[in-house]
Design a protein around this ligand. Structure first.
Ligand code: FES
Length: 351
């Protein structure tokens, strides 16, 4: 028996073969539903089912509470339709990832802080309440109204975790502002408020092409999150990350990148230094190095994140190498000084 899963309110539907999960059927049809553990343990794939019956399988109460069950919610990674039709709530009308509504003033505790590169601090934040739901590649804003520290945008550098911990990487800006507060004042154990998630620099889990990620500076943060999520869900196509930095002292993230490379044969990464020649690194800008690594990008999905200049140069390069516009995603981080309350802040533009 085949079931029909209807996405409310669009009325679009997908077929689900007997024994398939709702998540599997949605993904097979090109609909991206956030997910993480795919085993009923994290709650990421929770949706409300408006009508129809499904076998929920064995899931953890912490991922789906008895109250949520009564309210009609289910975990789609484990849910298997058992009626002819299952109507689920699906806010967006197309096959793009469904973005989560941003939340305001979500309380987190700084559980860890370290300096991971010459000018980059890494914060590990744990939520006091429920985890913030987000897509890898998205960002939050962090600041402190009480202390006059303006809110600034920082990408999550990790894929969503069951404990809700998020990792933010904050580059020290010459103008001071929020980044100076993070580097010099904010301490482990303090509580902070964040807003988000925001942004649409998100990976499509249904993508079935090789992937190239280009990152400079803290543009590496969303790339790390996207790569972690893709590898965790068993993405099998080649994934190549190219990191550009001025000098070796500016490079961070090599631990995770090396670990992924050791665990996943199809994952590789390269670091190129633009102002230093050093063994074990490439030398030169992305437009010089990339053609030697991947001369044909006609089948690649490309992600590029960093300063607008870096992103522009990457886009020009990947287009020259055959990348198709529909498969190019970019996020430029820029310093915005136009407004007083935005002075020295890091903002984002999506492309
Ligand atoms: Fe974790 Fe469904 S993906 S509960």
């Amino acid at each position: 028996m085949k079931s029909r899963i209807v996405l409310h309110p669009s009325g679009k539907s997908v077929d689900c073969a007997l024994g398939d999960t709702v998540l599997g059927a949605l993904e097979a049809a090109g609909y991206a539903l956030p997910n993480n553990c795919r085993a009923g343990a994290c709650g990421e794939c929770k949706l409300r089912v408006r009508s129809g019956d499904f076998d929920q399988g064995v899931v953890l109460d912490m991922a789906l509470s008895p109250e949520e069950r009564i309210a009609g919610y289910g975990l789609m990674c484990m849910a298997k339709p058992v009626s002819e039709e299952l109507v689920i709530e699906w806010v967006s009308e197309d096959a793009r990832p469904k973005l989560f509504s941003p939340r305001q003033s979500v309380l987190f505790v700084v559980v860890h802080k370290s300096i991971c590169a010459a000018r980059v601090a890494e914060l590990h934040l744990r939520p006091v309440g429920p985890a913030l739901r987000y897509w890898p590649g998205q960002y939050v804003t962090l600041g402190d109204d009480g202390a006059g520290v303006p809110y600034r945008a920082y990408s999550m550098a990790n894929a969503p975790r069951p404990d809700g911990e998020i990792v933010l990487q904050v580059a020290r800006s010459d103008e001071g502002g929020t980044s100076a507060w993070v580097h010099d004042t904010l301490e482990v154990g303090e509580q902070v408020k964040i807003n988000g998630p925001y942004g649409s620099f998100v990976g499509d889990p249904t993508v079935d092409t090789p992937v190239l990620c280009l990152a400079a500076g803290t543009g590496l943060a969303p790339v790390l999150a996207l790569a972690e999520a893709a590898l965790r869900r068993g993405f099998r196509k080649p994934v190549t990350v190219l990191v550009s930095a001025r000098s070796a002292a500016d490079v961070y993230g090599r631990g995770m990148l090396s670990w992924w490379h050791a665990r996943h044969r199809h994952f590789s990464y390269h670091v190129t230094l633009t102002r230093e020649k050093r063994e074990g690194y490439h030398h030169g800008r992305v437009d010089v190095v990339l053609p030697t690594l991947l001369p044909d990008l006609s089948r690649h999905t490309v992600f590029a994140a960093g300063s607008p200049e870096f992103v522009d140069s990457c886009l020009a390069t990947v287009r020259k190498l055959g990348a198709q516009d529909a498969l190019i995603h970019s996020e430029g981080f820029y310093h915005q000084n136009a407004l007083a309350d935005e002075a020295s802040g890091l903002s984002f533009i999506n492309g």
